[in-house]
Design a protein around this ligand. Structure first.
Ligand code: AMP
Length: 188
């Protein structure tokens, strides 16, 4: 199963991906986690990404694509994956489409977690207290939400047109019998 989880920062992509990983038995690939690991390890890529991430901005498309291509080439991703945090703009959505076509692994589904901004701001505040992520401070969260609205939200339409987009209110278990998923209508 090859799945992309879409949703604003704090919409619960990581939590849902961890649940789905247990059910589907495929790796959870979080570009945010990979970047944080590179920052913690002090790699050249981590050094480049650190300030950008702390400012709540997007790291360059080239870095992300290279990182993702390497990760998808690993053995555990051959059986599928749950992608969390990528694509974050239309250039990345297009690049992913080409990469997956090249390796003959098209997506099975794209799930969008829809959570109101008020709930997101509250969740990020709690995560800021618990984990101390610099980019979860309230000012940076507001910036990340603005970037999400401007650059990432258009990705929904990209997948709606392809017919792979499904929506969920992000409040429960995507794998449960009571899933509130529904097929999102194509926008055009
Ligand atoms: P996340 O944990 O997914 O919220 O990502 C944390 C931060 O990592 C983001 O605010 C960006 O700075 C960076 N990041 C993660 N994924 C991407 C991506 N696909 N494109 C650009 N930047 C990203």
């Amino acid at each position: 199963m090859r799945l992309v989880l879409l949703g604003a920062p704090g919409s619960g992509k990581g939590t849902q991906a961890a649940r789905l990983k247990a059910v589907l038995g495929v790796p959870h690939i979080s570009t945010g986690d990979m970047l944080r690991a590179a920052v913690a390890a002090g790699t050249a890529m981590g050094l480049k990404a650190k300030a950008v991430m702390e400012a709540g901005q997007l790291v360059s498309d080239d870095i992300l694509l290279g990182m993702l291509e390497e990760r998808l080439a690993q053995d555990d991703a051959k059986a599928g994956f749950i992608l969390d945090g990528y694509p974050r703009n239309l250039v990345q959505a297009d690049a992913l489409d080409h990469l997956l076509a090249k390796i003959g692994q098209p997506l099975d589904a794209v799930i969008k977690l829809e959570v109101p901004n008020t709930a997101i701001i509250g969740r990020c505040e709690i995560r800021f207290e618990a984990e101390g992520r610099a980019d979860d401070n309230p000012d940076t969260v507001r910036k990340r939400l603005a970037i999400y609205a401007e650059q990432t939200a258009p990705v929904d339409d990209f997948y709606a047109r392809l017919g792979t987009l499904q929506a969920d209110d992000g409040g429960g278990e995507l794998d449960g019998a009571t899933s509130r998923r529904r097929q999102a209508p194509p926008s055009a």
